[in-house]
Ligand binder design. Structure first.
Ligand code: GN1
Ligand code: MG
Length: 351
């Protein structure tokens, strides 16, 4: 049996009210923001599994509000009999712990018999994951909006993201601007898309949404492969359904990862698009308003555009936000997303 990876991780883990004795801690998952570990404890013959995260407080600079949201949302879901990860408090009863490394750490339960995927391989996965995110938002429609904090102000506000991009441009390293010329052009060019978003948003109701509906933020069941629940609840806050729908399209329809450099591989799989649309609409049922349904395809273009813009802005700023593993990583991600946008525009045009 492996021992917990570093003394700090072991030390921090013990601050939390885990059941049993810590026997293992391993790095886990592929998130771009936090550092995540999977903990295992033993209580006699029983094993428990937890998720420990070192919180990125540069991205989420109000950790107390994020944790309050998670507590409210998971409690609300549990009250409705839904499966959800639960927050494990520290032995002092706090929702997170500020460690000697200056970082905030937190623990959530690991939902048993589940797995995540990085890419959608078949229609069933698309349908199940979309149903899960749809159910998640519908179940939260009875949670008053004012009870959920905006954890990252203006997170999906396109005009704000565009302003960040245009501000980053003149301050960027000239060689990065040069390498990014094509991506910059693809972003600048989309005036109509920016205007459409500005026109449509004021007609839509605000709802409590997930706001990061990447396919790896949903748990599937080991045996039935059905969607079990949504995870990664840091960005749960008020938003518009087209954001959640659009982020699913962004991460489900292409058969290659968001950082794939082979742009020929970035295509729109029609059967996956249809399966996810079906799953999402079924989960909402009659609760989704007609204006919201009409807005979904705009979301399918908005999200690759906005996330592509955010990757590119980070590239121009010198990779200060997303985790990267090589110099051009954020540029490759941006080009991938902008290629996906171009392919989605053609796809939706034909429908
Ligand atoms: C980040 O944390 P993770 O990897 O699930 C990001 C999302 C982006 C996504 C791009 C708080 O999500 O907004 O869509 O990367 N989360 C934050 O892959 O910025
Ligand atoms: Mg995640």
């Amino acid at each position: 049996m492996e021992l917990a990876s570093t003394p700090l991780v072991r030390k921090v883990a013990k601050v939390f009210a885990l059941s049993g004795k810590l026997i293992d801690a391993q790095p886990f998952g592929n998130g771009h923001i936090h550092d995540t570990y999977r903990l295992e404890t033993a209580e006699g013959p029983i094993r428990h599994t937890y998720i420990l995260q070192r919180f990125n407080h540069q991205v989420f600079n109000r950790p107390a509000l994020v944790m309050q949201n998670i507590l409210r949302v998971t409690t609300h879901l549990q009250q409705q009999g839904c499966i959800t990860p639960r927050l494990v408090l520290t032995r002092q009863g706090e929702p997170y712990y500020k460690a000697s490394d200056g970082f905030c750490w937190r623990v959530l339960t690991f939902v048993a018999n589940t797995y995540t995927i990085e890419e959608v391989q078949n229609e069933n996965q698309a349908y199940e994951a979309a149903r899960c995110f749809g159910n998640f938002a519908r179940q939260l429609s009875t949670l008053p909006l004012h009870q959920v904090h905006e954890t990252i102000p203006r997170f999906h506000d396109l005009s704000h993201r565009y302003a960040q991009f245009t501000q980053a441009l003149p301050q960027a390293f000239p060689e990065r601007v040069e390498k990014a010329a094509e991506a910059i052009r693809l972003i600048e060019q989309r005036v109509t898309l920016r205007n459409q978003v500005a026109d449509v948003l004021p007609t839509l109701p605000l709802r409590v949404l997930h706001n990061d509906t990447k396919v790896n933020n949903v748990l599937l069941h080991n045996d039935t492969h059905q969607g079990v629940c949504a995870i990664d609840l840091d960005t749960v806050m008020p938003g518009y359904v087209l954001y959640d729908f659009g982020d699913m399209v962004r991460t489900f329809v292409s058969p290659v990862p968001e950082d794939a450099r082979q742009l020929d591989g970035v295509i729109v799989r029609k059967h996956i698009f249809e399966a996810l649309t079906k799953g999402y609409l079924q989960a909402w049922g009659a609760e989704l308003q007609e204006v919201e349904k009409q807005s979904l395809w705009l979301g399918a273009r908005l999200m690759p555009y906005m996330i592509g813009m955010r990757f590119l802005t980070d590239y121009l700023q010198g990779d200060v936000y997303y985790k990267t593993t090589y110099a051009e990583h954020n540029l490759d991600r941006a080009m991938n997303q902008l290629t996906l946008l171009t392919r989605l525009e053609a796809f939706l045009e034909l429908r």
